[in-house]
Design a binder for this molecule. Structure first.
Ligand SMILES: [Zn+2]
Length: 780
């Protein structure tokens, strides 16, 4: 059955089951059947509870565990329980332990290598040779459902790392038959945090905020050193060490059938989101996985609603489009995202009924097919969050356990479909051209190859280029990243565009400036050993500053990442106080303002909402100092939304033509567009004439007045005069862009301002436009 139809049928059944408002039995029910603090047996007495180590029970108001305490709890659990094996997989960005607990029946833990081998062979049916189906059945009978549970990738969503200890304790200590059954049938890989650094960043800030007006706010710094919340947008580019450890040491070793990724959402919508996802689903996600997350998601919400949990929605808000959030969807496993409503970090809140809001695809005040039981509002606290999270995790494990063979058979069928020979006329693969030009400063083809290889894709060096065949287990991962995206034009009932949950394009050859040509039939080629050319090291020593607002900007973090890892240039971070103090030209040649809203740059946090020294933003003094800096010969580089800040504050002769447009008139929520470069300009020197721009709610420039009268304005990149500039993703109102500027230099005094109407260093993926930024920064 089509996923939607199936969902509707099930919804109808659920509506019948839950239509009468349920009494408030949430807590009682939870403790009777689902609570982690299950009846203690004699055996459990030897297994430490989280409270034994932390001094509080996870879910208590205003209590967070440090990362050291969390690790210590799992160490103690490992020492006390034969069901738990705990290990460090590597070190995080800031150098602490990145860990996993493997939980199963003791007899299974003694044979993990054997189970890895079963998984490896089912994942790649080519390894089974003749009579593959029969051999697979034998493996399926012996195998276990592999469940990866990942917590805390977003560190302000503190509930999941706390719940990980409750989940582990119950699994390690309980003798309930259902827990025994889970242990017998599954292997659980529990990651207490995908971002351990952030656990302590948030705890330090939160503990210090207690009793202050800013109690329970997000910390005034990124909770991952470089990428903040975008750490969950890295599941195909694999730039960060935490992503690499998870992919290399868990996904690629274990090939989990189910990945439970536990998150929190805003406080005023549903209490819990579970799959199925709303449309669109990325077309390379196998239908078996869509069926799998639909079946499992409905099982979980059905069981939880019956147990009295309220306010659960599905088929709303969260789509399944970008592979940046869903590695498993291209590697044989379902991703079960759960999003529980937040409190203020760990401080309870009271939600008035009138504060409840509509979400994308449902209204949290009204019963609907995908929201059958409303939550009336009232108190909401940490304990509610941990109750929802632990209950959802155990329902997921129940399904994984009761349907063990079904999950393994589904997993095998995905692999078998992936490796089948391609039919005549069907897309056979891609040829990636290795290298041609002098622009290979950033080793673009090599980077693309390494991404594919890390994602489990086999590539072959040939005399025609690098061949990526699609008839292999993770061919769909390669296809998703190598082809252009055609995002569907989705509208709500009033014709308003439905926002994608994240961005709409992920075509790496376009972003990296590498040619990948589709091939529709097998062809003759010679294998050759690939020689990889590494570009020359960049040599440049500008006196460079990167503006760092106290209001954290992920783009600031990504820019730091690029400056350190790709450009290898030294730089200083420029905070508001230093900017306001002036005399910037004496210290710097170039200042970058990363993508951030003009208001956040100018005003920062409001007085009284944060510690005094963090409030006020750049302010008028900062603007004056920046202007003096440019007029005295400095270079100011403004990225994306920061361009509007520069235009407004310096009164530059430019207009952002997208300002004030409705989404129905113009909308570009993260797409790749075509641009034309003026290669006579030093910033575009040596670049191809046609390039790209990563456009994400970006400004688009028009020169005010007669360009001839403005000799100090030079357009470096513009959109084509005709047709659509869309190369991949979604764009409404293409005509608004025609002939308009995407990158402009404006002279001011004896200096200059470069305005980028796009993100030239988007999530460390848009290597094609790195040279523009590099040249602008270094004056080359
Ligand atoms: Zn999250």
């Amino acid at each position: 059955m089509h996923a939607r139809t199936f969902a509707l049928a099930l919804v109808a059944a659920l509506l019948l089951a839950y239509a009468p408002a349920q009494p408030n039995i949430l807590r009682a029910q939870t403790h009777a059947t689902l609570a982690p603090n299950a009846p203690v047996t004699t055996r459990a007495a030897t297994v430490p509870s989280p409270a034994d180590v932390l001094g509080f029970t996870p879910g208590d108001d205003k209590k967070l565990a440090s990362w050291a305490q969390t690790v210590e709890y799992f160490r103690r659990l490992d020492a006390a329980s034969e069901r738990v094996r705990f290990e460090e997989l590597g070190k995080t960005t800031l150098g602490v332990s990145f860990v996993v607990a493997t939980i199963s029946a003791p007899e299974t833990l003694a044979r993990l290598d054997e189970h890895k081998d079963i998984q490896r062979r089912l994942a790649d049916p080519r390894t089974l040779g003749r009579n593959a189906d029969r051999k697979a059945e034998a493996l399926i009978r012996r195998g276990k459902t592999i469940v990866l549970i990942t917590c805390g990738i977003h560190s302000t969503e503190v509930g999941s790392s706390l719940s990980s200890m409750l989940i582990a304790h119950r699994l390690a200590s309980s003798d309930e038959p259902e827990v025994q059954e889970i242990l017998r049938n599954t292997i659980i890989l529990l990651v207490p945090s995908l971002n351990p650094d952030g656990v302590d960043i948030v705890k330090r800030w939160y503990d210090a905020s207690l009793g202050k007006p800013w109690e329970g706010t997000s910390p005034p710094e990124l909770y991952h050193k470089y990428v903040g919340h975008d750490n969950n947008r890295d599941w195909y580019a694999f730039t960060q060490v935490e992503t690499q450890l998870t992919v290399d040491k868990l996904h690629n070793v274990w090939h989990p059938q189910i990945v439970h990724d536990i998150h929190q959402q805003g406080a005023y919508g549903s209490r819990l989101f579970l799959p199925p996802y709303m449309q669109p689903v990325e077309p390379n996600v196998p239908r078996q996985l869509v069926e799998g997350y639909t079946e499992l998601g409905h099982f979980m919400s059905d069981r939880m609603l019956r147990a009295g949990f309220k306010g659960i929605t599905w088929d709303s808000t969260y789509d399944a489009w970008t592979p940046a959030r869903a590695y498993s969807h291209y590697h044989g496993g379902v991703r079960i995202l759960s999003e529980t409503a937040s409190v203020q970090i760990a401080t309870p809140i009271t939600v008035k009924p009138e504060q409840l809001r509509t979400g994308e695809g449902f209204d949290s005040r009204k019963v609907s097919p995908n929201f059958p039981v409303t939550w009336p509002g009232g108190e909401w606290r940490m304990r509610d969050i941990t109750s929802y999270m632990t209950a959802a995790a155990f329902e997921l494990l129940r399904h994984a356990s009761q349907n063990r063979e079904r999950w393994l058979r589904r997993f095998y069928s995905i692999g078998r479909e992936a490796v089948r020979p391609r039919r005549p006329g069907e897309l056979f693969g891609f040829i990636i051209e290795e290298s041609d030009s002098q622009h290979r400063l950033f080793n673009e083809p090599l980077r693309l190859q390494r991404i594919l290889e890390r994602g489990g894709v086999d590539i072959e060096g040939t005399n025609k280029g690098i061949l990526v065949r699609l008839d292999q287990p993770y061919g769909s991962f390669a296809k998703a990243l190598l082809e252009a995206q055609r995002y569907p034009d989705l509208r709500d009932t009033s014709g308003h565009p439905i926002a994608p949950y994240d961005v709409t394009a992920h075509t790496l050859p376009l972003l990296m400036g590498v040619k990948a040509t589709p091939v529709y039939a097998p062809f003759k080629y010679k294998r050759v050993n690939r020689t990889v050319e590494i570009g020359d090291a960049l040599v440049s020593h500008p006196r460079l500053a990167l503006y760092k607002s106290h209001v954290p900007s992920m783009d600031e973090g990504w820019t730091r990442w690029m400056l350190e890892k790709d450009f290898a240039v030294s730089y200083s971070s420029l905070a508001d106080a230093e900017a306001r103090a002036g005399n910037l030209r004496a210290k710097f040649d170039t200042i970058i303002i990363p993508d951030q809203s003009p208001r956040a740059i100018l005003e920062g946090y409001r007085k009284g909402t944060m510690p005094e020294e963090l409030t006020g933003g750049m302010g008028k003094e900062g603007v004056r100092a920046l202007r003096e800096f440019v007029e005295a010969g400095g270079t100011l580089v403004a990225l994306n939304d920061a361009s509007d800040f520069a235009i407004e504050q310096f009164d530059l002769p430019l207009r952002d033509v997208t300002a004030g447009l409705k989404r129905t008139e113009f909308y570009c929520p993260g797409s790749i567009l075509r641009t034309i470069l003026d290669v006579t300009h030093p910033v575009a020197k040596g670049m191809p004439r046609e390039s790209v721009a990563w456009v994400e709610d970006s400004p688009v420039f028009e020169i005010k007045g007669d360009p001839a009268a403005l000799p100090r304005v030079r357009v470096i990149a513009r959109y084509p005069d005709s047709g659509t500039p869309l190369l991949s993703g979604w764009l409404l109102g293409a005509e608004k862009l025609r002939g308009k500027a995407a990158l402009v230099e404006v002279g001011l005094g004896s200096g200059r301002v470069y305005l980028f109407g796009f993100r030239p260093q988007y999530r460390a993926q848009s290597l094609a436009t790195y040279p523009l930024l590099f040249n602008a920064i270094t004056g080359q």
